[in-house]
Ligand binder design. Structure first.
Ligand code: HEM
Length: 175
């Protein structure tokens, strides 16, 4: 089979699974665990976001999934014509694609800068050698909250995206 979409799916699906799974585990298990860990919470969060590069790997996987996903849409239009976009499969995949793309954009414009800010402030606090003062605690709390809300939103968007990907091939059967 000389159809290059095979290779695109081979990239798209594993990276998509890693991204969506990682984002869901983060939002629904890791973040609640961090929240319930009291004073150990921030150190746990720093270990997850800092040393093991989890956010970076997730961002790269997300970008690859979305870019390759849109190339797959383009490929389908090339093969089946523009009307494919209006077919149940086309609608299901492109709706999933839009939701997944929104999830990536929230990650890039909200989560990523927030993680960077938290890392900067935490590093500043660590340098002084003192525990965070009230103002620093307040700022960190707000930033963390923003990160947690964004993570939940992203996880829900990705859950819907994955369901739309799963049903796309049989979407016509529901019509
Ligand atoms: C959120 C993570 C995602 C996961 C886990 C995922 C998973 C999958 C899976 C399992 C398939 C195979 C469906 C089948 O062959 O029946 C698929 C196909 C496809 N996905 Fe995604 N996807 C994700 C995000 C996206 C995004 C953001 C786009 C952007 C447009 C996209 C576009 C497509 C397209 C066009 C196909 C059809 C490929 C073909 O022609 O066979 N996906 N995806």
């Amino acid at each position: 089979m000389n159809d290059y979409s095979f290779y695109l799916r081979l990239i798209h699906i594993p990276f998509g699974v890693f991204w969506a799974g990682g984002a869901m585990i983060l939002a629904w298990y890791i973040i609640p665990a961090v929240k319930n860990s009291g004073p150990d919470g921030p150190r746990m969060m720093a270990a997850i976001t800092g040393t093991n590069k989890f956010p970076v790997v997730l961002t790269i996987s997300a970008t690859i999934t979305v870019v390759v996903g849109w190339i797959l849409i383009y490929h389908n239009i090339e093969v089946f014509g523009k009307s494919w976009m209006g077919s149940p499969m086309g609608i299901s995949l492109s709706t999933g694609g839009v939701l997944g793309t929104i999830a990536l954009l929230i990650g890039l414009t909200v989560s990523k800068p927030t993680v960077t800010k938290i890392q900067k402030i935490s590093a500043m606090i660590a340098e002084t050698g003192n525990p965070p003062n009230d103002e620093q605690k307040l700022i960190l709390g707000r930033l963390q909250n923003r990160l947690f809300v964004a993570a939940r939103f992203i996880a829900i968007l990705l859950a819907v995206t994955v369901i739309l990907m799963a049903v796309a091939r049989n979407a016509h059967m529901t019509h």
